[in-house]
Design a protein around this ligand. Structure first.
Ligand code: ADP
Ligand code: ASP
Ligand code: MG
Length: 433
C-alpha cells in the first residue's frame, strides 16, 4: 500500500479531496492517527477526535486510531503508585499504567458509535504488539496485527491502546513514557499504512519548544535523521523509538494539531533537493545527570568493563569524556538519564571498587542544550557561533559532544532554558527562512 514519499504526500492530500466515485475505483489508502493525552483529555476532546476520524473515513481513507491516556492520567497513576508503595514491582506498575489507555480506547469507540462509525477497541496485547520483557521500557519485537487487519476488512475503525504490549512471557508491558507514538508507527509499519499522523497540542515540530521560546517557528518538513536527533536530545514531541521505526521502514510521519487540524510538520526521507537549513531546531533536556569517576587506572579494558556493566542494566549513556592525568590515571565523566542515576551510580561504584582507588561522584544539577540541522554537515563554524553565544550570556559549558548534524553542550540545569533562547536568537530561527 505504501508509495514513494512525494507520491504519498500528494495522495494523502488528494484523498481528502476525492469524490466517492473516484475513490471506489482506487485502492483505499490507510492512515494511522494517534491522539496524545491532551487531545483526548476530556469528553469534549474525545468527541472532537471522533468527529475527525469520521471525517477522514467519509473522505475515503481507512483509519486505525491509537490513543494515549486522558490528560495527566499516567502521571496520576504513577503518583498513586508512589503513595502506595516504596518498591513498586515493575510488572505491577505496568499493569497499573496500561489502565489509562484502556479508558481512552473504550470511550473513543463509544463516541465513534454515536457517529455511525463502526469501531472496536483493542488493548496492546489484542492488537498483537509483542515486546521483550523489560517492564516499564519494553521494546516492540514483533507486531502480529491479524486482528486489526480483520477489523479493517470488516469495515471497522480499530482503536488501539497506545504505550502497551504483551511480553513474550505473556505479561503486560509498557513502552516507556511517550510510548503511544511508538505503538502508532509500529502499527503503520505492520499494516503498510500510507502515513502516520501524530496529533498533539502544538501545530507541528517547532524550531524550539514553543513553551520555552514563544517566537519559535513551525518547521514544514524535516528528515528522519534530523527528527531522530531532535527526539534524542529532548524534543519530546515524538518518542525516539517511534522515529527510529519510521526511519527504518520509510513511513512518512505528520505531526499536527488536534485543536486546529491544520497541516503540520512532515517527517520524511531526506530528499536530495530538499532545502537544508544549517540549524533546524534547538532542543534541551533537563532530565540528565552526570557521573564522574576519578583516579581510574589508564589501561585497556577499564572503560569497557564500566560501560558493559551499565549496558547490562539497560542504562543509556549519552556523553562520555575521558581525560588522562600526568600520573597515568584517567578521569571519566558521562551523562545518563536522571531516572537511571541511582542505578548507574551503584553500578559505577561496584566497578570502581574493583579498580581500587577510583572515586565516584554524581551531579544531578546539569542539563543539555543541542543544535540540530542537516546543513551543519557542509557548514563549518556552527560550533564556534554556539560557544560564542553561550559565552556572551555567561553560560559555562561543562561537556561537549557532536555528531554530523548535532552539537550538544552540558550546562547547569538552571541555565538550560536561557541557553535555548540565546541560541534560538543567535541562529535567527524566529525569522522566516
Ligand atoms: P502528546 O501528549 O500529544 O504526546 P507531548 O507532550 O508528548 O504530547 O508532545 C507535545 C509537546 O512537546 C508540546 O506541547 C511542546 O511543549 C513539546 N515540545 C518540545 N519541543 C518541541 C518542539 N521542538 N516542537 C514542538 N513541540 C515541542
Ligand atoms: N500515556 C503514556 C505517557 O503519558 C504514553 C503516551 O502518552 O504516549 O507517557
Ligand atoms: Mg507524546
Amino acid at each position: 500500500m505504501r508509495h514513494a514519499t512525494a507520491a504519498v504526500l500528494q495522495r494523502v492530500t488528494a484523498v481528502a479531496a476525492c469524490s466517492p466515485q473516484a475513490l471506489a475505483s482506487s485502492p483505499m489508502s490507510l492512515v494511522v492517527q494517534k491522539f496524545g493525552g491532551t487531545s483526548v483529555a476530556d469528553a469534549e476532546r474525545i468527541r472532537a477526535v471522533a468527529d475527525e476520524v469520521a471525517r477522514t473515513r467519509r473522505a475515503g481513507t481507512n483509519v486505525v486510531v491509537v490513543v494515549s491516556a486522558m490528560g495527566k492520567t499516567t502521571d496520576d497513576l504513577l503518583g498513586l503508585a508512589l503513595r502506595v508503595s516504596a518498591t513498586r514491582p515493575p510488572r505491577e506498575l505496568d499493569m497499573l499504567l496500561t489502565a489509562g489507555e484502556r479508558i481512552s480506547m473504550a470511550l473513543m469507540c463509544m463516541a465513534l458509535a454515536d457517529r455511525d462509525v463502526p469501531a472496536a477497541s483493542f488493548t496492546g496485547s489484542q492488537a498483537g504488539i509483542v515486546t521483550d520483557d523489560v517492564h516499564t521500557k519494553a521494546r516492540i519485537v514483533e507486531v502480529r496485527a491479524d486482528r486489526i487487519r480483520r477489523a479493517l476488512a470488516e469495515g471497522k475503525v480499530p482503536v488501539v491502546a497506545g504505550f502497551q504490549g504483551v511480553s513474550t512471557a505473556n505479561d503486560v508491558t509498557t513502552l516507556g513514557r511517550g510510548g503511544s507514538d511508538t505503538t502508532a508507527v509500529a502499527l503503520a509499519v505492520a499494516l503498510e499504512a500510507d502515513a502516520c499522523e501524530i496529533f498533539t497540542d502544538v501545530t507541528g515540530v517547532f524550531t524550539a519548544d514553543p513553551r520555552v521560546v514563544p517566537a519559535a517557528r513551525k518547521i514544514g518538513r524535516l528528515s528522519f535523521e534530523e527528527m531522530l536527533e531532535i527526539s534524542a536530545t529532548g524534543g519530546k514531541v515524538l518518542a525516539l523509538r517511534s522515529v527510529e521505526f519510521a526511519r527504518n521502514h520509510g513511513v512518512p510521519l505528520q505531526v499536527r494539531s488536534s485543536f486546529t487540524w491544520e497541516p503540520g510538520t512532515w517527517v520524511t526521507k531526506e530528499d536530495p533537493g530538499m532545502e537544508q537549513p544549517i540549524v533546524s531546531a534547538i532542543t534541551s533536556d533537563a532530565d540528565e545527570a552526570k557521573i564522574t569517576v576519578t583516579g581510574v587506572p589508564d589501561r585497556p579494558g577499564i572503560a569497557a568493563a564500566l560501560f558493559r556493566s551499565l549496558a547490562d542494566r539497560m542504562v543509556n549513556v549519552d556523553m562520555i569524556v575521558q581525560n588522562v592525568s600526568q600520573q597515568g590515571n584517567a578521569d571519566i565523566s558521562f551523562t545518563v538519564p536522571a531516572s537511571d542515576l541511582e542505578a548507574s551510580v551503584a553500578t559505577t561504584r561496584a566497578v570502581a571498587t574493583e579498580l581500587g582507588k577510583a572515586d565516584v561522584t554524581a551531579d544531578s544539577g546539569i542539563g543539555r542544550v543541542s543544535l540540530v540541522g542537516a546543513g551543519m554537515r557542509t557548514h563549518p563554524g556552527v560550533t564556534a557561533t554556539m560557544f560564542e553565544a553561550l559565552a556572551k550570556a555567561d553560560i559555562n559549558i561543562e561537556m561537549i559532544s557532536t555528531s554530523a548534524i548535532r552539537v550538544s553542550c552540558v550546562v547547569r540545569a538552571a541555565a538550560v532554558e536561557d541557553a535555548v533562547r540565546v541560541l534560538h536568537e543567535a541562529f535567527g530561527l524566529a525569522d522566516a527562512p
